[in-house]
Design a protein around this ligand. Structure first.
Ligand SMILES: Nc1ncnc2c1ncn2[C@@H]1O[C@H](COP(=O)(O)OP(=O)(O)O)[C@@H](O)[C@H]1O
Ligand SMILES: [Mg+2]
Length: 230
């Protein structure tokens, strides 16, 4: 469904991604790993159009989206949960979700599935997003993406800085999305056990190049030692 073909992405004159290619199939979860500064976030930003590539091609279900504006990619079904979550801190949780619904041209009624995925939301819906814990903010950020009914969900380090019990909540939430919703996921994640648990495939980025890829079973300790440890 997503085909990233040989893209080169820059920040100004800094050449960050070099000939990156990656395919994501319908309903698949693929995880991108790599050390800090490898270009993982830049890859997601290339796909969302926040920072489009200068060369190469990106297709979504056969449509060339390489140079398409971000909001049009969102309309086609790409939802993005950025690193650091980025909720609007001064408005309520409910309003944060409503902004996402409005962006998609939907009614502002929060769909029922949201409360099944994230039962605690009922009691925190009226609170300002900025006062929530990191784990709650992450769950709201994922909900904001899900209410847009994405075909492709891009998650950038959703467990960064969270405690193990919250990481487990996020893991269960993503598993449920995979089971119950027809959506492919491209997950940037540093936690290996997490990736091994839910990804079907992986790709490792290093200084803007993909240096290894394979099925989750091929993400062996040797591969990790060779490509990911400092
Ligand atoms: N806005 C920016 N302007 C210039 N360079 C940037 C910018 N954002 C990231 N970079 C550089 O691009 C490289 C890749 O960054 P990033 O994609 O954020 O890596 P990762 O997500 O893998 O940690 C790094 O060398 C980083 O310093
Ligand atoms: Mg990053």
């Amino acid at each position: 469904m997503l085909r990233v073909g040989d893209i080169d992405t820059f920040y100004g004159t800094s050449h960050i991604l070099h000939g990156v290619s990656l395919d994501v199939a319908d309903g698949e979860l693929i995880s991108v790993l790599g050390r800090n500064g490898a270009g993982k976030t830049t890859l997601l930003r290339s796909i969302t159009g926040v920072n489009p590539p200068k060369a190469g091609r990106i297709e979504l279900d056969g449509t060339d989206i390489t140079a398409m504006a971000s909001h049009r990619r969102a309309q086609l079904g790409i939802s993005y949960v950025p690193q650091g979550r980025l909720l609007i801190p001064d408005i309520s949780v409910e309003e944060n979700i409503q902004v996402a619904l409005l962006g998609k041209g939907k009614s502002t009624k929060i769909p029922d599935f949201v409360f099944e995925y994230f039962p605690a939301l009922k009691s925190i819906a009226g609170r300002k997003a900025g006062v929530l814990s990191g784990g709650q903010q992450q769950q709201v950020a994922i909900v904001r993406a899900l209410v847009q009914d994405p075909k492709l969900l891009l998650l950038d380090e959703p467990t960064e800085g969270l405690q193990p019990s919250i990481v487990e909540d996020i893991l269960q939430m993503i598993k449920r999305v995979m089971r119950e919703r027809t959506c492919a996921i491209l997950l940037v994640e540093q936690r290996l056990e997490f990736v091994r648990d839910i990804a079907q495939r992986f790709a490792i980025l290093d200084t803007g190049r993909i240096i290894a890829k394979g099925s989750a079973g091929e993400l062996t300790d040797d591969v990790v030692k060779k490509h990911l440890q400092v």
